[in-house]
Write a protein that binds this ligand. Sequence first.
Ligand code: ADP
Length: 164
Amino acid sequence: MRIALYPGTFDPVTLGHIDIMRRAARLTDRLVIGVAINRDKGPMFDLEERVAMIEAEAAKLSAETGTEFVVHPFENLLIDCARDVGAQIIVRGLRAVADFEYEFQMVGMNRALDDEVETVFLMAEARYQAIASKLVKEIARLGGDITKFVSPAVAEALTGKLGR
Ligand code: ADP
């Protein structure tokens, strides 16, 4: 059974994340979405909210692809989380060249910690590549239209959060 772990903060989950999940689902039997608790990053959505938003999207993707989705909050080392969920693969999304340096280092360090787990990089469809949770939040804060970047449910949650 091929199990992959797709980790992130998902604050909130975007159409970019969903595109990567759909692609990763095609390659695996079970896709575990690792939701980093990340207290020090000061997320806009608390863990429960982030998990609920991902679960709603994961249910749709699971029905569409036949892959089992599991949403798994974690606070420990990524490589330990991969072991906990039995993943042989870590999936990361690559956007611009800017992501590369950090990801390159992460692979090096994670390999030193456990050489059995392979990191696989996927790229989203062109129209989703520029989407970043951070910018979506900024656009929402400034009253811009975010419907091109997130699902209707997440757009609603964002407007709700901002009291609009
Ligand atoms: P992190 O806090 O680890 O940066 P994110 O929630 O921002 O987590 O993203 C999780 C993963 O999804 C990362 O590998 C990130 O590069 C990837 N990702 C985010 N947005 C996109 C996108 N628009 N296209 C491709 N990959 C993306």
